[in-house]
Design a protein around this ligand. Structure first.
Ligand code: TMP
Ligand code: ASP
Length: 236
């Protein structure tokens, strides 16, 4: 496997081509952003922690039968993934109210959503990732009704798997964001699953162990992410 040219650089990752056209390398950077990149920092060690945590979660999901882009972890900061066409829709699953839904709708924090909520947002920082209803997705030609149904089904399955798994580690999975891609006509889970894209609360203390530490200056980010990784590594 040979690493070739840079194909794309996002806020937290760089995607490189390889000598195989259907495989690419995701490199996890130390950059952190919040509020559509208004708040920015470089946090030493974040990229490595996220790569290792995301590799663990993707491997778990692959074993549970969820189709993902993940092939294998290559190094501390790199994973080998399938090349997919990313659907520009962010799929958010919420088990408990936190973050934007509290601010936008005035729902009290920690309100339980049973069944969990599935929401769609347009992946567009300039427009501040606005929330979408299904008709918007079809009117904009972002995805078909079949694809939306599949993304919803997979997002809820991912939630069941990760919620149960994290619960066993003493962590509450509050909410998370997923991105999906198209690969040979199939919908596959893509992007990353990490404390950058999930809310994790310590069940006993309520402590945030995710990017809210950076968003709201709640404490050292690396320390929180390391607590998550340590719990996962104990399971191996
Ligand atoms: P929100 O409460 O800000 O809407 O976020 C819901 C979940 O989605 C939370 O776990 C953080 C994650 N998220 C991202 O991964 N990327 C984003 O751009 C946003 C807005 C949220
Ligand atoms: N990832 C987004 C940004 O960079 C938002 C967030 O996660 O808070 O702004």
């Amino acid at each position: 496997m040979e690493k070739r040219e840079k194909l794309y650089e996002g806020k937290a990752k760089i995607i490189y081509a390889t000598d195989e056209p259907d495989k690419v390398i995701a490199y996890y950077k130390d950059d952190a952003t919040a509020f559509d990149a208004i708040k920015k920092a470089t946090i030493k060690g974040k990229g490595e922690l996220n790569n290792r945590i995301a590799s663990f979660f993707f491997d778990l999901l692959n074993r549970e039968g969820i189709p993902t882009h993940f092939i294998k972890q290559l190094s501390d900061r790199e994973m080998l993934i399938k090349r997919v066409e990313i659907i520009p829709v962010e799929v958010v699953v919420r088990n408990l109210a936190a973050g934007s839904i509290v601010r936008r709708l005035g729902i009290p924090e920690k309100t339980k959503f049973e069944p969990p909520l599935v929401e769609f947002y347009l992946k567009n920082d300039e427009l501040h990732d606005p929330i979408l209803c299904e008709q918007h997705i079809y009117a904009m030609g972002l995805a078909t009704p079949e694809e939306v149904a599949k993304m919803r089904e997979l997002a809820l399955k991912v939630n069941e798997i990760l919620k149960k798994f994290m619960e066993e580690q003493g962590i509450t999975l509050v909410d998370f964001k997923l991105e999906f891609g198209r690969k040979d006509g199939e919908i596959v889970l893509a992007d990353e699953i990490s404390p950058d894209t999930c809310r994790f609360w310590d069940k006993k203390t309520g402590e945030s162990l995710d990017k809210d530490r950076f968003r709201f200056d709640l404490g050292d980010l690396v320390e929180g992410y390391r607590k998550i990784l340590e719990k996962l590594e104990k399971k191996q």
